[in-house]
Design a protein around this ligand. Structure first.
Ligand code: SF4
Length: 259
């Protein structure tokens, strides 16, 4: 299926179903993808399908963001949020922490009401520079798609060997300063039936959320084309049932389901 790659450093603003009016910052090379996951639902397609990817240099990113923010401020059209997302995993950028700091400075200068968000797969949070940079942004949104190792490996196809238990421990180190984002899906891929909505999955998932204790949980399902064929959306009502289980933990976790 046709997937989608960003062709620039600054993207949008676009309306995001999860974040509002969002100005995207793509730290990865235009029209290529670089990630240490290879999620079967990735909107950017498979790793390697469009070159081997790379990083946009610090100076180019900061300059492009300043130009765009200044123009938006001049027109009184500032975004709700500046979002690090794009053609792969932003925290893999070697200057990620410096870019976050420059972005916060630009936000303070041109758009003081705008939030800064990072969408990350959480693979680099064992690095102190990445972890502390994520603690400085307003919305530290980290992917967690299954609390069962085999399912997580089938969905995310990570390059590392980290277990779910290790991921939970790293997420706990944020002490609640994180948003957990989970994509629910089901389907057949590579000879396996994949479904992160079974009773066993949901039981393990809710227990993981209890242990991680994020400030917020965002649940969603497939919205665009996926590189793997045969994946199915999960009905809203089923995701809402998971959200109800999380709310029943009574831990002040804001829980939302994207329609
Ligand atoms: S972590 Fe994000 S960019 Fe990387 S493969 Fe998964 S969906 Fe794609």
């Amino acid at each position: 299926m046709d997937t989608f790659l960003f062709d620039s450093i600054i993207v949008g603003p676009i309306h995001s179903r999860r974040l509002g009016t969002s100005l995207g910052v793509n730290l990865l090379t235009p029209n290529s993808k670089l990630c240490n996951f290879n999620c079967i639902y990735c909107e950017c397609g498979w790793n390697g399908a469009h070159g081997k990817g790379g990083f946009n240099p610090y100076e180019k990113v900061v300059s492009a963001l300043e130009t765009k923010l200044k123009a938006m401020a001049d027109e009184s059209q500032l975004p709700d949020v500046i979002t690090f997302a794009g053609n792969g995993e932003p925290t893999m950028h070697p200057d990620f922490d410096r870019i976050v700091d420059a972005t916060l400075n630009l936000r303070n200068r041109y758009a003081s009401d705008t939030k800064v968000a990072v969408l990350s797969n959480a693979t680099m949070i064992d690095r102190e520079a990445v972890r502390t940079a994520l603690l400085r942004v307003d919305r530290n949104i980290l992917k967690f798609d299954s609390a069962i190792d085999a399912t997580m490996r089938l969905i995310n196809q990570p390059r590392n060997a980290r277990t779910v238990a290790e991921i939970i421990e790293l997420l706990q180190a944020f002490q609640g300063c994180l948003v957990v984002q989970t994509l629910f899906l089901r389907g057949d891929y590579g000879g396996h039936r994949i479904d992160n909505t079974t009773p066993e999955e949901v039981e393990a998932y809710v227990e993981a959320i209890r242990q991680i204790h994020p400030s917020e949980v965002m649940l969603y399902t497939i919205d665009r084309n996926t590189p793997a064929d045969g994946l199915e959306k999960v009905p809203y009502e089923e995701m809402e049932a998971v959200a109800t289980r999380i709310r029943a933990l009574d831990m002040d976790i804001i829980t939302s389901v994207a329609k």
